[in-house]
Design a protein around this ligand. Sequence first.
Ligand code: ADP
Ligand code: MG
Length: 282
Amino acid sequence: MTADRASDGLAVRCEELVHIYRTGDLDVVAVRGVDLVVEPGEKVALLGPSGSGKSTLLGMLGGLIPPSAGQVWVGDEEIGGMPERALLRMRAQRVGLVLQGAARNLLPYATPADNVRFAHRSLPKFRRREVMQPLELLDALGLGAVADTPVPCLSGGEQQRVALAVAVANGPGLILADEPTSQLDHPARDAVLDLIDVVNERFGTTVIVVTHDPEVGERLGRTVTMRYGRVGQEGRSGEQFAVVGKDGSVHLPDDILADWLPGTRVVVERDGVDLRLRRSES
Ligand code: ADP
Ligand code: MG
């Protein structure tokens, strides 16, 4: 990310991605075979109820959580089997993470300016010259007025926006944000989403946001719904479609699922290249 437009957005791709948490004798399959393609510069909402595997999937995309099976590419690199050092380098230079809860991303007693400077200083020298300078960045993101206000004196929404500024300080090609708008009122939520738009439009950054708020999904344009550790229906402003998984399973849109209860027999009819699904009467 230089002063004009620089961090070309990174593509993200997952194939059959699985994560199993092993706790004592118990295995929890949090992500069970996710296929996903995100184009460079796209904005995507990962939407789904609590426990559906959103944070685990996001953690795997950011190299924080190792896949138990499957593959995940960020840009041209398959990161699932990358050594920790290479993952650290990727997170430091190419990916911006916003963890759930703004405070976890910030030095608590410092100012926004110091927080962004800290992220900036951790870059190698040549990268530091390439990316926007800390105060310039805060100005560009509309946070110049609070640059010197200590973090505890900022509102929740301001803290989230500063966390986003910290995440883009390294000029990443991909931003991964976990519930950046939860616990915010609507004006503060919209301000965070406006900032995400600014980052995406100005720098071309690919953005993946975890949320349980369908309105956030609507705003971002593309929504990918997770349910029980799998990617289900997808939508783009107004239209909805179901995605076929590698095993042939199809997660239907929620309004259809409300009528077609588990076990419903469905007739699949071919009509040229089109398929039609209807409930079997028998
Ligand atoms: P979401 O972000 O959609 O709420 P998570 O990815 O946090 O979902 O969790 C998916 C599933 O994995 C849940 O059943 C959750 O209880 C379980 N889980 C998450 N983190 C851990 C962990 N560290 N150890 C064991 N189970 C976990
Ligand atoms: Mg979560």
